[in-house]
Design a protein around this ligand. Sequence first.
Ligand code: G6P
Length: 318
Amino acid sequence: IKKISQIYIVACGSAYHVGVVAQYVMEDLAKIPVRVELASEFRYRKPLLDPDGLVIVISQSGETADSLAALRLAKDKGLRTLGIVNVVGSSIARESDLVLYTKAGSEIAVATTKAYSAQTALLSLIALNIGQKNISKAELKELLESIKKLPAQMEILLNKDKKYQEIAETIYNKEDIFFIGRDIDYAIAMEGSLKLKEISYIHSEAYPAGELKHGTISLIEEGTPVISIVTNKNIAEKTISNIKEVKSRGAEVILLTNSKCDVDSDFYNKKIVIPTTHKLIQPLLTILPLQKISYEVAKLRGADIDQPKNLAKSVTVE
Ligand code: G6P
């Protein structure tokens, strides 16, 4: 991996969203160019691939038809391939040159949660492994210590059911819900939005906060929920100014933030404070409240949370 020129991450659904997180983390830490692609697009768009590149296919099931086809295309073109797979012995695991198992245990619910977290953790560790030479000893130590604290911090977040129920009460009967964020927070917004629409059937969209003014802002009305994610203090101010824009148009702002970012209480209706950690592993914490809120919303709407309509756990046909 240390000799490769470029990484192509290919996946579908939530696994693709893991790829979007990994793109930010890998480029920041490992300093290798990363391109993330949806497998269903990659397989048909005649991609120009650098022969010294590595194709990483992320898949919980290891059987998703488009991801498998993308893997075969990459191999036909002579690129090395790495599968990040949960199901041992699955097609993608068998056909990849290298495989790393996420070992999240079997996942039954259609909408992925723990596999998403395991994939994100694994890719972050790969980035750290490649990129440790690019950071100071002190930062490496801080990162490793932050990783060790994650399980306890996750536990805290998973035990805030009352808070998630309270937020779900305010949004479960809405028709449109928007998610905004910048940088890695945008990658998390994408997954939060997918989770919500998959299991609650509410229309939702994730938008990079800076793009709001190029479209979505026209849809913001009195009472439209905007779930706003602000965890990186370096760009917090920019996202906060977008939050002000939606708030002044009547949006109901649900803010996810940490102690590093200071957001004036005039600009949100509800707030969830996420434990602070190193910015590159923050996604592992930020996603949890979003998964739990989706769960509580779906419950209030009487939806079948484990088996949402029209969706399959593993999509083995095109
Ligand atoms: C389906 C599942 C999603 C999953 C996607 C990709 O749509 O409902 O949760 O992210 O397939 O599946 P894979 O097994 O390749 O990760």
